[in-house]
Write a protein that binds this ligand. Structure first.
Ligand SMILES: N=C(N)NCCCC[C@H](N)C(=O)O
Ligand SMILES: O=C(O)CCC(=O)C(=O)O
Ligand SMILES: [Fe+2]
Length: 331
């Protein structure tokens, strides 16, 4: 660990002007909006992580999402297993402690996976593994309503942030919507990190979620207010803490943006270790490309980076299944 309280290294962006004006056709010369776009560009280039405030999603709802998550994870094991993740549900539902795997290592967390529903046959063979609908628990009884409302709001916020990022890269605001993310795939994971056993020896690779980059375009983390657990590896290789800041989302960019931008933006490695004496919960929203998008460096960004594409084309859904779901052979 380097300077462990270095929150200042992760920019805090007030996105209110973006949220208000980005869908307005005459927004191009708005100075406040332009300032947000420039800050986004800086954050994506230099850090890969940023906090957003002024996003318009009320703190009460953000807290309610964490509250229903806490309530669910506090249920007895048998109750949670009633919505256990299976192959039949397309890997939606409850993952018990140690079931998730990151880079071949078991993660010491529990989670509930809510994924974009995929109707049978929608993407042919490509989508087969992930066909299905979400599983909702009986308790807490308001979990489904709260999460469905939340998902629609964070999805729209992510779309707006991606519009800002499109402008930051010098494209039209709707570059993603017209290209690779017209029907974006999303995932919401409720994650619960247990209290840590103090005898565990830490290395750069340990974690309750092992070190990784995210797969998609942008991730919005809604984390418990009072526990510092998420760590981010900065561009000089030093681990810094992404401590919670109330009323903000912590955002980070994913692998698909790296490909699309031809490396102008790079995703940042991060991990989670809860060393506190309380359970730590986060609601992690992933905004990704269309499931069947073929993502490759876009001309505009290739030109800016010397004219040569540095990344091969990837079919997003294929990559996702390979990276995130092939570890569940036991199901
Ligand atoms: N980003 C997406 N689509 N995630 C979906 C859930 C992924 C679970 C996976 N084992 C994980 O480690 O995240
Ligand atoms: O729990 C967190 O704060 C972040 C989790 C994370 O990095 C992920 O789910 O990809
Ligand atoms: Fe992550």
């Amino acid at each position: 660990m380097g300077s462990s309280n270095d929150v200042t290294a992760i920019p805090l962006i007030d996105v209110a002007p973006l949220v208000k004006k980005i869908d307005d056709p005459d927004m191009a010369n708005d100075k406040d909006l332009l300032r947000v776009v420039l800050t986004l560009d800086y954050a994506c280039k230099e850090v890969g992580f940023f906090y957003v405030k002024g996003h318009g999603i009320c703190e009460m709802l953000m807290r309610e999402v964490r509250d229903v998550s806490h309530k669910f994870f506090q249920l007895p094991h048998e109750e949670k297993m009633k919505i256990k993740m299976t192959r039949q549900s397309g890997y939606r539902g409850y993952q018990k402690l140690g079931e998730n795997v990151t880079k071949e290592k078991r993660d010491m967390h529990e989670a509930v996976n809510c994924l974009t529903p995929i109707a049978p046959g929608k993407y042919g063979d490509l989508g087969k593994t992930l066909e299905g609908d979400n599983l909702w628990p009986e308790y807490p009884s308001n979990l489904k309503v709260v999460l469905e409302n939340y998902i629609s709001l964070v999805k729209d916020l992510s779309r707006k942030i991606m519009r800002g990022i499109a402008l930051a890269l010098g494209g039209p605001a709707d570059a993603f919507e017209r290209g690779i993310a017209g029907d974006p795939y999303w995932a919401l994971r409720l994650v619960s990190y247990p209290v840590s056993s103090s005898d565990e020896k830490r290395t750069d690779d340990t974690g309750m979620m092992g070190s990784h980059t995210d797969y998609g375009l942008v991730t919005l983390v809604n984390q418990d207010d009072d526990i510092c657990a998420l760590e981010v590896q900065n561009r000089s290789g030093v681990w810094i803490r992404a401590n919670p800041i109330p009323e903000t989302f912590l955002c980070n960019i994913g692998d698909m943006l790296q490909v699309w931008s031809n490396g102008i933006y790079q995703p940042t490695v991060h991990r989670v270790i809860n060393s506190s004496h309380q359970r730590r919960v986060s609601a992690v929203f992933f905004y990704e490309t269309d499931f069947d998008a073929a993502v490759e460096p876009v001309e505009l960004c290739v030109e800016k980076t010397g004219g040569v594409a540095k990344y091969d084309k990837v079919v997003y859904g294929e990559r996702l299944v390979r990276k995130a779901f092939c570890c569940f052979g036991h199901l």
